[in-house]
Design a protein around this ligand. Structure first.
Ligand code: BG6
Length: 516
C-alpha cells in the first residue's frame, strides 16, 4: 500500500529556538550513570548545534576521586559512545569547559569548596548568569544536598534578578508516595522557590509528546471532534520489551505505578485531554494540566479490579531469547509482589470527557517496545451501505506513535477499485524521520536547553505531582494490604487475562502491540 506522505514545504517551517544565555551547570553525581549516558552527551549536542553560550562551563561534583583531566576523558568517552559523529575539534573545545571537584555530599565543607571554585570559574569564564544545580544522584540524597545548597547560600533564592537566581534540576521519582513527596517538596522549597525548580519527567522532552499540543491546537480540524460526542475511547500504551536491567534495587521498591504511571502516563494523559489555552506559556499550560488531573474520577475501591489490575513477568522469551522471570532478576526479593505491568481504566469527569473511558497500560518484558496514543472515534451513526451487508463499519482511529517509530496515522474507510460497493480500511501514515530527515533529538537535550533558557513549560510543577499521588495512593495502599500477588504473565506476552477483562467487559479490545 502506498503511503500518503505530507509534503514538506521549507517555507512553512516555523522554528523558534532560543540559544542558552551564559550560565554554568553544577552536576552532582557527575561520575555516575545518568551523567555519562544522558547529560554529558546531551549538553555536547547543544554545544555542537551552537546553542550553548561560549561562556558556559560545567562543574562536575562527585564522591569518586577524579582530576579535571580524568573527568574530561570520561566525558569524551561518554560522547563518543552516544554518537560516533562528534568531531575531534568539537570534543576538545567542549572538554575545555568541564571541571571536577570531589567531596562528601553530607559535608558542609564540600559546599564551601564548590562555592569557592564557582567564584574562580565564573571569573575565568566571565559568567554573570545563573548556576544550575543538577542532581543526578539517587533520590535519597536530594534533601541532603538541597539543604546544604541552602545553608551555603548557593541556592541564592534572594537574588532579585530572576536570570541570576540559581536553578535546581531534579529527576523523577519525586518521592515514593504522597507523604514522602510532600516531605521532599517541603525540603526543596525551604531553599528554592518553585520558579527555580525544574522537575524532569523526560517524556515531556520527547518530540512526539510535545507534538500532542501542536497537533491538537495548531490545527482547526481536530479540536471540534476531540470530545465525548465523537470519541469512543482512548488507549495509551507504554509497552517495553526490556526488563528492569541493572536497576533491581530501585525497581523492586517502585513498580510500574511509581516508575511510569504516576508520572509519564498521567502527564501524557493530561496533554491528550487538557483544555486549550490562550498562550503557550509555562504556567497556563501547567494550570490546565493540573485542572485535568484533578478531574480524574477517583478509583472505586469496592470494584478496584474493574478499574486497575497488576501483573508481574515470569520467565519467557523476548525477541526469541529466553529471559528470567522478575523474581529471578538480580536484587529482587524472590517473594516480591512488585508489579511490572499495570492496566487501568480512567474517567475524566468534565464536560468534554464525561463517560469516555481512557484505557492505560504500561508494562515491562512485553512482546514489543511500543508507546502510542490511540484515539478511537465513534462508529458512523447509520450505515447507508447496510443493504449490501456493510452495516458494521470500522471506526476511525487516530494513532499518535511516540516510539520506537515516531509518527501519526489515521485509519479510515475508502472505496476499493472493483465492484461497485467495495470498501477497505486505509491507513494514512506520517513518519517523522522520513519527512523531516533527522533523528529525533534526545529528550534531555530539549529539557536541558529549556532549563538553561529558564523555560519551565516542559517540567512538572509540584501541584501536578501531588495530584497524581493523591489519585494513586488508595490503589497502592489497597495492593499493599492485599495478600494476593500480581498475575504472573510470561515475558514476551502482550497482555494477561485480568488486563484483557478490564477492557473486554466494555466490549472493546486492546490494540495489538506494533511490531517494528
Ligand atoms: C524511566 C523508567 O523513567 O523511563 C524506566 O524509570 C523506563 O523504567 C524508561 O524504562 C522508559 O523511557 P524511554 O524513554 O526508554 O521510553
Amino acid at each position: 500500500m502506498k503511503k500518503i506522505q505530507p509534503s514538506l514545504d521549507q517555507q512553512d517551517i516555523i522554528c523558534a529556538e532560543t540559544p542558552a544565555p551564559p550560565n554554568a551547570m553544577v552536576v552532582f553525581g557527575a561520575s555516575g550513570d545518568l551523567a555519562h549516558r544522558k547529560l554529558i552527551p546531551s549538553i555536547f549536542n547543544i554545544f555542537a548545534q551552537e546553542l550553548l553560550d561560549e561562556k558556559f562551563y560545567l562543574l562536575g561534583c562527585g564522591r569518586t576521586k577524579l582530576t579535571d583531566d580524568d573527568f574530561r576523558e570520561t566525558a569524551k568517552q561518554a560522547i563518543q559512545e552516544s554518537h560516533s559523529g562528534a568531531s575531534a575539534k568539537d570534543l576538545i573545545a567542549f572538554a575545555e569547559k568541564l571541571y571536577y571537584i570531589e567531596g562528601d555530599y553530607d559535608d558542609a565543607a564540600f559546599y564551601e569548596s564548590i562555592k569557592a571554585k564557582l567564584v574562580l570559574l565564573d571569573k575565568k569564564h566571565k559568567i554573570d548568569g545563573c548556576h544550575i544545580f543538577y542532581l543526578a544522584v539517587p533520590p535519597l540524597l536530594y534533601t541532603q544536598i538541597v539543604e546544604h545548597l541552602g545553608r551555603s547560600t548557593l541556592s541564592c533564592a534572594a537574588e532579585s534578578d530572576s536570570r541570576q537566581r540559581a536553578r535546581l534540576v531534579i529527576e523523577k521519582p519525586f518521592g515514593r508516595d504522597l507523604q514522602s513527596s510532600t516531605e521532599l517538596n517541603d525540603g526543596v522549597s525551604r531553599c528554592f522557590d518553585e520558579s527555580q525548580i525544574y522537575r524532569i519527567d523526560h517524556y515531556l522532552g520527547k518530540e512526539t509528546v510535545q507534538n500532542i499540543l501542536m497537533f491538537r491546537f495548531a490545527n482547526t480540524i481536530f479540536e471540534p471532534v476531540w470530545n465525548r460526542n465523537y470519541i469512543d475511547h482512548i488507549q495509551i500504551t507504554m509497552a517495553e520489551s526490556i526488563g528492569i536491567e541493572h536497576r533491581g534495587g530501585y525497581y523492586d521498591k517502585a513498580g510500574a505505578i511509581r516508575d511510569i504511571f504516576q508520572n509519564h502516563m498521567l502527564q501524557i494523559l493530561a496533554l491528550v485531554a487538557m483544555e486549550p489555552l490562550a498562550l503557550f506559556e509555562a504556567d497556563p499550560i501547567r494550570d490546565e494540566k493540573v485542572k485535568l488531573l484533578r478531574s480524574i474520577r477517583p478509583f472505586n475501591l469496592d470494584k478496584l479490579d474493574s478499574f486497575i489490575v497488576r501483573g508481574q513477568y515470569g520467565p519467557g522469551a523476548v525477541d526469541g531469547k529466553q529471559v528470567a522471570g522478575y523474581r529471578d532478576e538480580p536484587d529482587i526479593n524472590p517473594q516480591s509482589k512488585t508489579e511490572t505491568f499495570v492496566a487501568a481504566k480512567l474517567f475524566i469527569d468534565n464536560w468534554r470527557w464525561k463517560d469516555v473511558p481512557f484505557y492505560l497500560r504500561a508494562g515491562k518484558r512485553l512482546a514489543h517496545k511500543d508507546t502510542e496514543i490511540a484515539i478511537t472515534f465513534k462508529q458512523v451513526p447509520h450505515s447507508m451501505f447496510a443493504s449490501v451487508g456493510l452495516d458494521d463499519m470500522p471506526a476511525n482511529i487516530l494513532v499518535l506513535q511516540i516510539q520506537p517509530e515516531e509518527g501519526l496515522s489515521l485509519q479510515f474507510q475508502a472505496k476499493r477499485p472493483g465492484s461497485k460497493i467495495c470498501m477497505s480500511t486505509l491507513n494514512m501514515n506520517f513518519n517523522y524521520k522520513s519527512v523531516f530527515l533527522v533523528d529525533m533529538p534526545e529528550a534531555y537535550q530539549r529539557l536541558l536547553l529549556d532549563c538553561m533558557v529558564g523555560d519551565q513549560t516542559l517540567f512538572s510543577r509540584y501541584d501536578s505531582v501531588e495530584i497524581a499521588w493523591q489519585l494513586l495512593m488508595p490503589v497502592l495502599e489497597s495492593w499493599e494490604n492485599d495478600d494476593s500477588a500480581p498475575y504472573e504473565y510470561p515475558a514476551g506476552s502482550e497482555s494477561f487475562p485480568q488486563a484483557d477483562k478490564l477492557i473486554e467487559s466494555d466490549s472493546r479490545k486492546w490494540r495489538k502491540l506494533a511490531e517494528i
